[in-house]
Design a protein around this ligand. Structure first.
Ligand code: ACO
Length: 310
């Protein structure tokens, strides 16, 4: 009966073991996972746009090859995550419709423009760096297919982060103009990167329950702090200034203190009012419509081959 199922479910969580697709799970647990995994998948797919815009304008063949591979990796991440989400009984088509109708979200960070090639480096360093902080603990999330998808994604994200850092390091060794371009880019992406971790714990409606279910392993504020602690020494090595006058080592806490992000800006960007929300969604919708013939052809082919008994 239901009580027994709940006890088994909680025992699995208590052992920090995995819940698998065929296991019983509370409906709210399933819905929370669909929400988070779908949002994550959509972020990977929408996240191809800001950097993809620079593929035709890469400064060298080498940079172009790197960027192409990276953007393709993001598509792959989206596909693993959609597949993980499908194990919870929703189809990729439904998820795509939920994104296109604005009923599911994607990360705020991809609603900011990429204005120079330095942004490709900054996104690798800061945005993928933040993603790694958030995602490494998700390898231990309580839902099996999500955790396993995260393992491969994290390996690739680490590689992306290093390529971003290497790009910025190369520009830092270049001309004054290149160094100014790096600093300007870091100035624009620093605060939005901190916002990727979500609202402060005190204003996060989902954190407590998601932690209790082992979906999230750390709170938004814990991960934000970890990201700041990890990034400050990297900024020093790179020779850039992070645009926060309150940033300072706090020996007592053993962490860096930092200023408060503009939470009104995060709310605006999440609700559709960021600098590029309309553009990102229009582009995604157009790509979906342009791909209709491919989906139709694949469906027709699948129907024919199954009729043939092949
Ligand atoms: N961008 C867009 N929406 C956000 C963001 C953000 N940066 N932060 C929080 N939100 C949304 C939440 O989805 C939630 O809305 P919803 O209930 O309609 O889904 C609302 O704001 C309140 O936030 P929380 O209660 O803190 O929500 P949650 O517990 O889901 O935590 C977080 C948000 C940390 C983003 C979590 O969902 C998560 O870890 N997701 C997996 C990682 C991920 O999605 N990464 C994508 C970007 S990284 C990359 O792809 C390179």
């Amino acid at each position: 009966d239901e009580a027994e199922l709940v006890t088994d479910f909680e025992a699995i969580l208590g052992r920090r073991d995995r819940i698998e697709p065929r296991d019983w799970m509370p409906e709210r647990y399933r819905r929370t996972l669909v929400r988070q995994i779908a949002q994550h998948a959509h972020s990977e797919i929408i996240g191809m746009q800001p950097e993809g815009a620079w593929i035709t304008r890469a400064p060298s063949l080498r940079r172009k090859a790197i960027l192409l591979a990276k953007v393709q990796d993001e598509a792959g991440h989206g596909l693993y995550l959609y597949s993980a989400c499908e194990t919870l009984g929703v189809s990729r088509q439904e998820l795509t419709e939920l994104l296109l109708s604005g009923r599911q979200k994607y990360s705020s960070i991809f609603n900011y423009p990429t204005l120079s090639y330095a942004d490709v480096g900054t996104i690798g360093w800061l945005v993928d760096g933040a993603a790694i902080c958030n995602q490494v603990p998700l390898c231990r999330t309580s839902y099996g297919p999500y955790g396993r998808a995260m393992i491969r994604i994290c390996k690739e994200e680490s590689f992306h982060q290093r390529q971003g850092y290497e790009l910025l390091m190369t520009m830092q060794r270049g001309t004054d103009e290149q160094r100014a371009m790096v600093q300007e880019s870091v100035d624009r992406f620093w605060w939005p990167s901190l916002m990727m971790f979500g609202p402060p714990d005190s204003q996060s409606p989902n954190t407590a329950q998601s932690m209790a279910w082992g979906i999230k392993r750390d709170t938004n504020d814990e991960l934000r702090q970890k990201f700041v602690d990890m990034t400050v020494p990297q900024a020093e090595a790179l020779g850039v200034t992070l645009p926060d006058p309150e940033l300072a080592w706090n020996a007592e806490r053993g962490h860096y203190d930092f200023g408060e992000p503009d939470w009104d800006e995060l709310t605006a960007v999440i609700s559709g009012d960021g600098p590029c929300n309309a553009e990102r969604m229009a582009h995604r919708r157009r790509a979906h419509e342009d791909g209709a013939w491919v989906r139709e052809a694949a469906t027709a082919f699948a129907a024919r081959t199954s009729e043939d008994g092949r």
